[in-house]
Ligand binder design. Sequence first.
Ligand SMILES: *Cc1c(COP(=O)(O)O)cnc(C)c1O
Length: 407
Amino acid sequence: MLKVAASLTAHLAPNYHPLEVELTTGEGSWVTDVDGKRYLDCLAGYSALNFGHANPELLEATHAQLDKLTLVSRAFDHDQLLPFAAELTELTGTEMMLPMNTGAEAVETAIKAARRWGYQVKGVASEQATIIVADNSFHGRTTTIISFSTDATAKDAFGPYTPGFRIVPYGDLDAVRDAIDDTTVAVLFEPIQGESGVVMPPDNFLPGLRELCDEREILMILDEIQSGLGRTGTTLAQDHAGIRADLITLGKALGGGIMPVSAVVGRRDVLGLLTPGTHGSTFGGNPLACAVGRAVVRILKRGEVQESAQRLGVMMRERLQRIADAGHLAEVRSRGLWAGIDVEPQLGLTGRQLCERLAERGMLCKDTHGSTIRLAPPLTISEEDLHTAMDILEGVLNDQAHEVGLD
Ligand SMILES: *Cc1c(COP(=O)(O)O)cnc(C)c1O
């Protein structure tokens, strides 16, 4: 693996600690580094690459739009925006869409819309609105969003923080109920916590939350930026619970791994409160982003990637369970083609060390924290390639177990 020259790293802010690979091309589930070594990409851009690298259908739509019109700003209409809004709301079973760029901006937009609804419709006293959120959540990196983070690394020394959030234990419906008062305008949760290591709430949590929100007249906001758009075997992760949130944030895979495209979709009576001048973005809803987003929606509408996420997810689960049964994983959590695995502590291997060894053998992953890593290969990965990835993982863990005398 190539070691990047220290003289070059001096010019880059050190807010990431990447594995020592320097990639130069990508196709499907495979990426190649500057030395020509190939790796299976089992991070897939934190699920921004659900449809693989250089997806031909997405590239074609992008190239076609590049030659026509790329940016007009929202000062003018263009021919991609209204069709994108219609197609994305149809796909997600919602009424209205507000386009942004990054995931964090979509979350900020949902927070603003919920607060406005709280003041203008629910009648919450001015400046008093609260939103209930979960511990160990991840919703982005803006100052307001880190204000309700429980991750000290993400939060410390960035204050003063934005008030108006109440943190409850994730998946605890009684705690949500207890946190509600006259100031509560919304709850904001991930249907499955991604950065936290693919953590699922109890089965009754989302349906119970839906009922509670209806009963207490509170908006239910679900952040599907990482869990959505096919990853769990359904278009949205909340489909498993058979519910629809009032506002849903989408991002990551909505940009097809090509560019940042995000959106809030949801109720017309809520998003409709964001009238001209109250919210916006220079790049949000630009023609190129809309063309990419429309091509993503077209793929998802066919349902094939959701089906393969489901089918391959079963296979991945079986392979991971076998490794757990051998005593090398302490826990496996998965839904669709998305898994969080905790390395057995006795192996004495941090998530980071595991990722380094996997990379040596041609598989790219990222640790989330401690000895937990997340597996999220492109949904377009072949069965054979997924078996190869599982072989590599199994091999590294077997060798380590042998090394420490655990086999
Ligand atoms: C990645 C992520 C975000 C933030 O998206 P950015 O595009 O990095 O701003 C928000 N919520 C969830 C659940 C995410 O996984």
